[in-house]
Design a protein around this ligand. Structure first.
Ligand SMILES: [Zn+2]
Length: 158
């Protein structure tokens, strides 16, 4: 008897594309938040410290486990390691800054998306959704890339 078990090639799933998208998305957010005319350094959204964008992180207001707002540009801003990791996102300051930037309607909208995710999940965020957004953010990052900057993105785990 021969062993008929054939290994199927593993199909890349949402997790794989999710990581890929996050890498691009995070790069986009940190470059978007670079100081005007600088393109290398950005200011932490919550404490104001200025650091090279490569050392910054894209920090969420609504935590990233709520997937409907995980890749929402309003919900992500450049943050230093201390604010994002040590101070749990610095939520009180984050709330205040976001409110000043976008107003109450957007704050409500983000909270509504969080509620929606709790109830309905994120069925539309399938592999195709991720692939589509990978293309969108590849283009967006490209537009922010200036000839002078030869940045390589560090492989940050978030
Ligand atoms: Zn900070």
């Amino acid at each position: 008897m021969t062993d008929k078990k054939v290994k199927k090639p593993k199909k890349k799933g949402v997790q794989y594309y999710g990581k890929k998208l996050w890498k691009l998305f995070s790069e986009y957010i940190r470059k978007r938040d670079c100081i005007e005319g600088d393109f290398e350094r950005c200011k932490c959204f919550t404490c104001g410290v200025v650091m090279p964008y490569k050392r910054m992180q894209a920090g969420h207001y609504i935590p990233r486990q709520f997937k409907l707002t995980k890749f929402d540009e309003r919900n992500n801003n450049a943050q230093c390691y201390a604010c994002n990791m040590l101070y749990g996102g610095n939520p009180a300051e984050y709330h205040q800054r976001l409110l000043e930037l976008y107003g109450e309607d957007v704050m409500d909208e983000l909270l509504e998306l969080q509620r929606k995710y709790k109830i309905e999940g994120c069925k539309n965020m399938d592999v195709d959704w991720y692939k589509e957004n990978i293309e969108i953010y590849r283009a967006k990052v490209g537009k922010l890339d200036l000839p002078a900057s030869n940045c390589s993105v560090e492989d940050l785990p978030f």
